[in-house]
Design a protein around this ligand. Structure first.
Ligand code: KG4
Length: 341
């Protein structure tokens, strides 16, 4: 079964062709990073307009790279939530038009379920159940993946997402947008214990996290150093910050994994590309005797292949939409009826 998959929830316009869930025939991506870099962050209205410009081109590219014709598309999948609403709507409406034009099923995919599915592409042996730490620019959550389309939220950030936190701190340091990658590279060789940064605790919700205090503390540290004319040891600052983010995420994921007892842990989302987090997860899983699954780095960020992969399992579960499908800025990960949650 060939699925044409469309992803447009933030600043990448991505269209892929995925066969039978796990074979990626093509994965075309148009990144808008150069445009948003001018503003130091994603400008939602610009993102929507850029998706409009790119989506047909990416679909043509995905088909030609896959070496198949339009008639060989069996279904169309798209991210319908969560994301920047104008951006999501471009992909949803494009997918609706293609599904209608080709007279094939339309499959709505939750963006974070898509990120989780990136693991199925990298690890053909991986099957649910497992625990997944989902960390991206807009979402930070710990998810019980009971089955391909049966998921429950165990913990989440109460405020900022981990990726957003990386991006804001990197912006103040002037090291580029999005900032997670540059912060990660800067941290190599730095001392992760040099700068004291806070770790959060949410009363009564041990698996919930908070990043706004860490973000403020990091920004204060930078500004105080600037005001005193002191030079920050940038690699050590980036390493200390990366360690603080990892300390928010990894111990909670471990606690959740112990609770579930699956013996299988995965990570997903753009921030799952982070070296410190990957290393800390690997060490924790080795200690506990669990199997760790990480998507290859190029599949951590937004892409169409992950939507095509998850779309296949949504299709098998009978989750289809009609042409009244809408896009949503927010939707629970456990939601299986796009109209109702
Ligand atoms: O998953 P993603 O591409 O988009 C969303 O769905 O949000 O994630 C983008 C986020 C950005 O905040 C970016 O700074 C972060 O992922 N990121 C990283 C790394 N690479 C990308 N954060 C930390 N370390 C990295 N190596």
């Amino acid at each position: 079964m060939n699925i044409l998959a469309v992803e447009s929830s933030c600043d990448e316009t991505a269209v892929a062709v995925v066969r039978d869930g796990r074979t990626v025939l093509s994965d075309a991506i148009a990144s808008q990073i150069d445009m948003h870099t001018l503003y130091g962050g994603v400008v939602p209205e610009i993102a929507s307009r850029k998706h409009l410009e790119a989506v047909c081109l990416m679909a043509d590219q995905a088909l030609s790279q896959a070496g198949i014709s339009r008639g060989e598309i069996d279904a169309v999948a798209c991210t319908y939530a969560p994301g920047l609403i104008g951006a999501v709507l471009v992909g949803v409406n494009f997918a609706k038009s293609v599904a209608w034009g080709l007279n094939v099923p339309l499959i709505p995919v939750h963006h974070i379920r898509g990120h989780i599915a990136a693991n199925y592409i990298t690890h053909p042996d991986l099957e649910p159940p497992f625990l997944c730490l989902c960390v991206s620019g807009g979402n930070t959550m710990i998810v019980n993946v009971r089955d391909y389309t049966d998921m429950a939220l165990l913990g989440a950030t109460r405020d900022d997402a981990a990726g957003e936190c990386f991006d804001k701190v990197a912006r103040v340091l002037g090291i580029g947008y999005p900032g997670g990658g540059p912060m990660d590279r800067l941290a190599a060789g730095g001392d992760p214990k040099k700068y004291p940064l806070p770790r959060s605790k949410v009363d009564g919700a041990p698996l919930d996290m908070s990043f706004s205090g860490l973000k403020t503390a990091a920004l204060n540290l930078i500004h105080n150093a600037q005001q005193k004319g002191e030079e920050l040891d940038l690699p050590s600052f980036a390493a200390s910050f990366g360690q603080a983010v990892s300390d928010e995420l990894v111990p909670r994921a471990v606690e959740a994994a112990r609770m579930l007892g699956y013996g299988k842990v995965a990570a997903a989302g753009g921030v799952a590309a982070n070296s410190r987090i990957r290393a800390d997860l690997a060490a924790a899983c080795a200690r506990e005797g669990w199997q760790l699954y990480l998507p290859e780095r190029k599949l951590c960020g937004d892409n169409g292949a992950m939507i095509g992969c998850q779309g296949y399992y949504e299709y098998l579960a009978g989750h289809q939409a009609d042409l009244t499908l809408n896009g949503y800025a927010g939707r629970e990960i456990g939601c299986n009826d796009w109209r109702a949650c």
